[in-house]
Design a protein around this ligand. Sequence first.
Ligand code: FAD
Ligand code: PYC
Length: 430
Amino acid sequence: MLAIIAAPAAGSIDLNRYSIFALARNALSRHENWPRAWRSPEPRRSYDVVIVGGGGHGLATAYYLAREHGIRNVAVLERGLIGLGNSGRNTTIVRSNYLWDASAHLYEHSLRLWEQLAGTLNFNVMFSQRGVLNLAHNPHDLRELARRVNANRLNGIDSEIVSTAQVKRLAPALDCDPRARYPVLGASLQRRGGTARHDALVWGYARAADAAGVDIIQNCEVTAIRQKDRRVVGVETTRGVIDASKVGVVVAGHASVLAAMAEIRLPIESHPLQALVSEPIKPVLDTVVMSNAVHVYVSQSDKGELVVGAGIDPYTSYSQRGSFPVIEATVSALVALFPSFGRLKLMRQWAGIVDVCPDASPIISKTPVRGLYFNCGWGTGGFKATPGSGHVFAHTIARDEPHPLATPFALERFTTGALVDEHGAAAVAH
Ligand code: FAD
Ligand code: PYC
């Protein structure tokens, strides 16, 4: 697998350079001759398109601008190092079982891109379609899940209701005793859902975007958005002014900060969202289990760690720490569902800042400033959307008109009232 990761983006593979001997040579030379996966160019004075934010969404947008729209004079400006925002902090659940048609189409578009992504990028993104279970603990949960499963199937999305006995077979460690604190009455299951490797997604898009001519500029914070007569003309950064007639902003938990630079107010709240991992153990769970009612979800990583998460912290904040009460509630919920996990030690806890819209759906939109586009508000659920989001956002920027799948997610919905309420399908985390 390492050899695949180190292989070039396109063209023939020099086996001598990428063989096991090359790996050993690089290890002994402290990786001095290790080929860089992307360049580290100085920023140019001007680009056709500037993308602000070097997370998965920003890099995917740049990749599709270059590959699908032939726009290669593109810079991705990242204030730190790429992938260290929410793209590197999330719990990697991928699924498309959203309730409303607009979201179902968008997330399913993304899931289909995921299914081809390792080939598209020539990079192992470790997409594992191990299935995603959403548990029902009472008849109301079951009815809600059945409604969503029916809506999914009408949209051609694989989704089914499974019985308690089937859940037990899929997740043997789960307490399915009818006398349990949270009895399991059944679940919805999306078999094509699963997990992926979060940083591999970032690296894969970064390498492919770079190979297509995109400049990825790290340690370059955007400090102002320059405009003239309500038309964008560029950005000010910690590395100087950069001109561009189109600017796409994809900064996850900081969209309101960037919007304020252009005198735009977004209907967004920014909250910490926490996750935890246990010490690694032998394989015990080969699917994803989520419980909206109990407010916890868990999967097992390829390293053997249990990856656990919860709902957002209730207060707004830009501190990436999160609070102790949420950790306590999450661990209690986990142990109520999986009593044997009570014997595990937790190794790490962290948080990211997620921007949440009132309808728990994203914003992919033109703005009142011509040439300025925002892609944000993915809240707790944007990792799964990375390929689809980048794909439709690139179209929106390149053509200066929303991609048909992005149209329902424009800013106008907050004035027309055509909200896409996905609080239920956004799952545990909202
Ligand atoms: P990011 O990766 O955060 O990228 C934005 C980048 O913008 C950052 O690198 C930041 O440094 C940069 N930036 C900010 N301001 C500036 C500036 N002024 N100038 C330049 N750069 C700037 N989603 C799922 O689908 N499944 C999950 O299981 C899941 N679990 C999650 C668990 C946790 C704990 C968290 C925090 C989130 C989770 N999410 C999940 C949500 C998901 O992580 C995000 O929606 C997604 O990763 C957002 O990607 P992005 O590229 O937009 O953001
Ligand atoms: O969107 O599936 C999701 C999710 C799970 C945990 C955080 N987000």
